[in-house]
Design a protein around this ligand. Sequence first.
Ligand SMILES: Nc1ncnc2c1ncn2[C@@H]1O[C@H](COP(=O)(O)OP(=O)(O)OP(=O)(O)O)[C@@H](O)[C@H]1O
Length: 295
Amino acid sequence: MKAAKRMGSQVSQKKVEAKCNVAKEASKNKSKGIVDEDEPPPEVPKKWRDYIVEFHFPVPTELTPPLMQLIEVSFSYPNREDFRLSDVDVGIDMGTCVAIVGPNGAGKSTLLNLLARDLVPSEGEVRRSQKLRVGRYSQHFVDLLTMEEPPVQYLLRIHPNQEGLSKQEVVRAKLGKFGLPSDNHHTPIAKLSGGQKARVVFTSISMSKPHILILDEPTNHLDIQSINALADALDEFTGGIVLVSHNSRLISRVCDDEERSEIWVVENGTVEKFPGTFQEYKEELQQEIRAEVDD
Ligand SMILES: Nc1ncnc2c1ncn2[C@@H]1O[C@H](COP(=O)(O)OP(=O)(O)OP(=O)(O)O)[C@@H](O)[C@H]1O
């Protein structure tokens, strides 16, 4: 794990460059109308075709690696003797894409909260680059939206420094790209659906210009068109990504590049890096399940 992490730091610059090239190639292909035959885009219902959803996270500023590290971290909740994460030793750099996998209740969200410094380790150390900006998505952040405010007002309060003649129009254009219909831009957030609130959170994350995205079940409220838009945006994002999702298609799409992707398995109270791709992890899991059924 340590060797992998060291290697990760050395190759991170290469990964970012490679990723930029991949992103350029992808957008070139898109403009040529070339479609990846392995993953045909799903049919989009007619009523949704009146606006184009196009999630986007801006290219982050450069930072010296490592961006984020957990060093020999252990953690347990007070009064929860049946759960503990121990000896967690992981790191993330620009260009790294991490999929966190493991059984229900194993500690995936706990690990995200340790990385985001919402939880303090019982032992060990969390290190972060000083100027690091982290964009976080989870249901908790959707619930934290100030409900009486409309999205435009909310976003302008959180991100007041917008460039452009009309700050309102700049924000409305961004909300539109993230798929919030214009009718809802001045509606109190409390009156929006779960999916519409999720779009406000994603717009806010994008406006914060993060170096790392930490995403806990980001597809829960999204329709197919928006899941594809999110996958495209993550594919093109040149910062670091840490993803927990039950949507294996999203993980396959985003963490498909062996060079930059890592699979962290949270199980039996610790975190191990899986020595292979997500596809190989899924196959190994299926073999284990078949073996258990045969027994
Ligand atoms: N705030 C908390 N206080 C006490 N125990 C907690 C708290 N949050 C989570 N736990 C417990 O810690 C363990 C790990 O929870 P966590 O949510 O990190 O797992 P997970 O792998 O993300 O689960 P799932 O896949 O079901 O979302 C569980 O047993 C859970 O009940």
